[in-house]
Design a protein around this ligand. Structure first.
Ligand code: 5AD
Ligand code: SF4
Length: 364
């Protein structure tokens, strides 16, 4: 029987959910999985590691996801908003070091005050820093709002589906209108069909999540024909209702391995997309960044959020706090990449090859 580890799947020839589940549950073998992922990476997108400067612009959120430390009902959080000036000045620092793409991330805040601020940052940053790509990750927004932000200068949008299973989604979110799985899928489909470079991803290692759930997540992403993917291990936070489920939690080692297998399979199934080595992976293991890149990731997100805000942006506990400054961080990253035969791509926006191929645009 042919395996996706021998022969990468073509458009029509998808791996079965059974095969994906087998690989995810460790009946791999892993060495062949990671070798196949590296081959797909090098032949489709090359050795480049692209940078996105991360700005955690506000930790306020109207949602109440049961796993998240920033959920509305957690009153143990000092809530902040960065000003437009603070965001732009952090971006300028990144731009001076060669960063050409920036991610504005916040909780879900669809009010005018927040949207006006984002719009202003988009306008002013595109004017001041030619050639940049602006990435937004700020939850589910109405189609007209998304249009408005795209016109103001945003290029990419990240909205994790968290889980493609509506059952699992329901288990980890309140059952109200604000947390509607079908509505979230519709926002993703709208993003994908309206010109955005579209990214999604899932949480890995949630209590009760099976290899079959994760296999279905990969199929969901393939089906949606995404351009970008960001996936990370679930990490508990003690100020959330999920602190009481530690018995059902896979061990940190299991969650790391599951995440690496998911990255490798995503690379094999969707070879030309951009895949991030996420902070959550680095939080579970000091070598998380290198392991993520070696499994098939090609995007790293240096955190440019000023330290006094960054320490309040705790989706989960134990977030790595690198306070070396950007120059030192980039030197460390270059060193790590060279040992993996990879190259840090400063001065480049790094549009997903997948997007460039499907639209005939971008910076290829
Ligand atoms: N562990 C890991 N990731 C988390 N996120 C939220 N809470 C946690 C947690 N406890 C992720 C979600 C969200 C992204 C911004 O952060 O996937 O989409
Ligand atoms: Fe808000 Fe995102 Fe946290 Fe959910 S995961 S509570 S939407 S910040």
């Amino acid at each position: 029987m042919s395996s996706i580890l021998d022969q990468p799947p073509s458009g029509t020839d998808l791996p079965s959910t059974e095969e994906l589940s087998r690989i995810l549950s460790g009946q791999g073998p892993d060495d062949r999985l990671f070798a196949a992922a590296r081959e797909a990476l090098f032949s489709s997108v090359g050795v480049g590691v692209y940078l996105r400067g991360l700005l955690e612009t506000s930790n306020k959120c109207r949602k109440n996801c049961l796993y998240c430390g920033l959920r509305r009902d957690n009153s143990n959080v000092f809530r902040y908003d960065m000003s437009a000036g603070e965001i732009l000045s952090a971006m300028e620092t990144g731009y001076a070091s060669g960063l050409r793409s920036f991610l504005l991330q916040s909780g879900e805040l669809p009010d005018d005050r927040h949207l006006n601020l984002v719009e202003e940052v988009l306008r002013r940053s595109n004017e001041a820093m030619p050639g940049i790509r602006m990435v937004l990750s700020m939850g589910e927004l109405p189609a007209e709002t998304l249009n408005r932000l795209r016109k103001a200068g945003a290029h990419r949008y990240l909205l994790r589906i968290e889980s493609s299973s509506s059952d699992l989604y329901r288990r980890f979110h309140p059952g109200d209108m604000l947390h509607d799985h079908a509505a979230r899928i519709r926002v993703l489909q709208d993003l994908r069909s309206s010109g955005w470079q579209t990214g999604t991803g899932v949480l890995i290692g949630l209590p009760g999540q099976t290899a079959e759930h994760l296999a279905a997540d990969l199929m969901f992403m393939k089906d949606l024909d995404i351009d970008m993917c960001g996936m990370g291990p679930y990490l508990p936070h003690e100020d959330t209702p999920m602190k009481d489920l530690p018995d059902e939690l896979p061990t940190p080692e299991e969650r790391i391995l599951l995440t690496l297998r998911m990255i490798a399979l995503a690379r094999i199934m969707m070879p030309t997309i951009n895949i991030a080595a996420t902070t959550a992976l680095q939080t579970l293991d000091p070598r998380g960044l290198e392991m993520g890149l070696d499994a098939g990731a090609n995007v790293v997100m240096p955190n440019l959020t000023p330290a006094r805000y960054r320490r309040e942006y705790n989706l989960y506990q134990g977030k790595v706090q690198v306070d070396d400054g950007l120059g030192e961080m980039l030197r460390t990253l270059r060193r790590k990449c060279s040992t993996l035969s990879r190259k840090v791509m400063t001065g480049e926006a790094g549009d997903p090859v997948h997007y460039t191929l499907r639209t005939g645009s971008g910076d290829l």
